[in-house]
Design a protein around this ligand. Structure first.
Ligand code: FE2
Length: 298
């Protein structure tokens, strides 16, 4: 019996061994080795195999221009954070820790001036300012660095969950000044549950996981000659900080608290100051995730 299983796995690997592209060959052969080992380890039954097929089919069918269920699946399996960590390990320099991009990133964030608020439509919430410097790993400022910020409103919703694709809120692009400073106004974000209407949520329910993400602010930062940084800041004291459903809080370095700050540019607002360090490298060094509306659903 086992000899037959081994022979089967070997013949699959042998057929795939003819793949001309070396990286594709390596990835697919490794995937097959682990997939076969997994099925063997759990002694996967035909019914379970079919349930798995149905799950992946439903995951695909849930995807649209404003919903990427496969990214949610990757996130909730910890795969997105793992790939991020692997990517960070590749750098020689100690840049700011990265975090997951998530499924709510949009390329269409508006360009705003320093000090503008990203809360242009949303009402209510605790007003706050985000400010700090973007530097290289030696602390030298990066003038003109681009800082994109996006987050939920004070009720825990992203714009695309409330409005159609055209209506953009709670996100903006800022340009650092000649000394590398950025400044944005916003309101504090709120922890939120992953979408409740898809197969990923059904998986979380079956595993008795709460399905929440701690309140966070997403940042995507780029500067010429430097690796793009995708990260997020998490609010201290959030009840889901230790049990983030997508395992995004990979470092205590990313946990922040708003405070009264005499040095902050806007006197009357509590401030979250955060300085970001970018490693040298090409901007096109890859990120885990994408604007999901741009993923070809062909
Ligand atoms: Fe998020």
């Amino acid at each position: 019996m086992n000899a037959n299983i081994d022979a089967l796995t070997r013949s699959v690997l042998e057929q795939m061994g003819r793949t001309p592209a070396p990286r594709l060959r390596q990835i697919m052969q490794s995937a097959v080795r682990h997939l076969h080992a997994f099925a063997e380890e759990v002694e996967l039954t035909p019914e379970e195999w079919l349930a798995g097929i149905a799950f992946f089919t439903a995951t695909g069918q849930m995807c649209s221009a404003d919903r990427q269920e496969f990214i949610l699946l990757s996130d909730t399996l910890g795969l997105s954070s793992l790939v991020n960590l692997l990517h960070d390990c590749g750098g020689l320099e100690q840049a700011t820790e990265s975090s997951v991009l998530g499924p709510f990133y949009r390329e269409t964030a508006p360009r705003l001036a320093a000090g503008d608020s990203i809360a242009r439509i949303a009402q209510g919430g605790t007003a706050v300012q985000y400010y700090g410097r973007v530097t290289d790993v030696q602390g030298r400022p990066l003038p003109g660095a681009q800082v994109q910020i996006w987050q939920t409103d004070a009720d825990g919703w992203y714009d695309i969950q409330l409005h159609d694709q055209e209506l953009v809120d709670m996100r903006g692009n800022f340009t650092c000044d000649e000394n590398g400073w950025y400044l944005a106004r916003s309101v504090l974000p709120k922890s939120y549950p992953l979408p409740a209407d898809g197969p990923v949520r059904r998986m979380l329910d079956a595993q008795e996981r709460h399905g929440y993400r701690p309140a966070h602010i997403h940042f995507l930062i780029s500067a010429e000659g430097h690796k793009e940084l995708v990260t997020a800041l998490y609010l201290e004291g959030d009840p889901y900080l230790e049990s983030d459903t997508v395992f995004g809080v990979t470092s205590a370095e990313l946990v922040v608290a708003p405070k009264q700050d005499e040095a902050a540019p806007i006197r009357e607002l509590p401030a979250i100051r955060y300085d970001f360090r970018l490693a040298r490298g090409s901007a096109e060094s890859g990120r885990v995730g994408a604007d999901v509306s741009k993923i070809n659903l062909g």
